[in-house]
Write a protein that binds this ligand. Structure first.
Ligand code: FES
Length: 161
């Protein structure tokens, strides 16, 4: 897991002072997400001050894009597409199964920091529905019965890395 440390905060602060406010909000949010693994509230405050924007507007953008998270995400970010094509092919049951298996809700992270569950909009691969993305890996035609196997495999791999 990427830690919310002083060093990352200083790096964002430095980045914002170097661009002197001439930067796109999305670009700063991407940089923050990549550095911390999520977007800490104190960085939102810093961005608001530097870009002279209302905090509420920044939170609005963060919550609109599934790429951004306000809470630390686990090592494996399980993104279940809930777009129409995936939904009609059982995405809701898949989401529930991950939730039951990991004992966390959508937007939450397991205590061991291994898994987070995220609900996404259509990711553009509707022909492969239902789709689950875990970090950069795509799992097309996802089957409900694969939930437990996949979690077990990732848990086993997660301990070795
Ligand atoms: S609805 Fe899931 S990929 Fe389009």
């Amino acid at each position: 897991m990427i830690i919310d440390d002083k060093e990352n905060y200083e790096e964002i602060k430095k980045f914002l002072s170097e661009v002197e406010g001439r930067v796109d909000l999305i670009e700063v949010l991407h940089k923050t997400q990549d550095l911390f693994g999520y977007i800490p509230k104190r960085v939102v405050t810093l961005i608001a001050k530097t870009l002279d924007m209302p905090v509420s507007e920044i939170f609005g953008v963060i919550t609109f894009y599934s790429r951004f998270s306000l809470v630390p995400t686990g090592k494996y970010s399980i993104n279940v597409c809930m777009g129409t094509a995936c939904y009609v092919k059982g995405a809701n049951d898949i989401l529930d199964a991950f939730s039951r298996e990991l004992e966390i809700g959508v937007g939450e992270t397991t205590d061991d920091q291994l898994f987070s569950i995220i609900e996404t909009r259509c990711v553009g691969d509707c022909a492969l529905a239902p789709i689950v993305n875990i970090n950069e890996d795509v799992y097309p035609y996802f089957k409900l019965e694969d939930v437990k196997t996949l979690i077990d495999e990732l848990r086993a791999g997660g301990k070795d890395e």
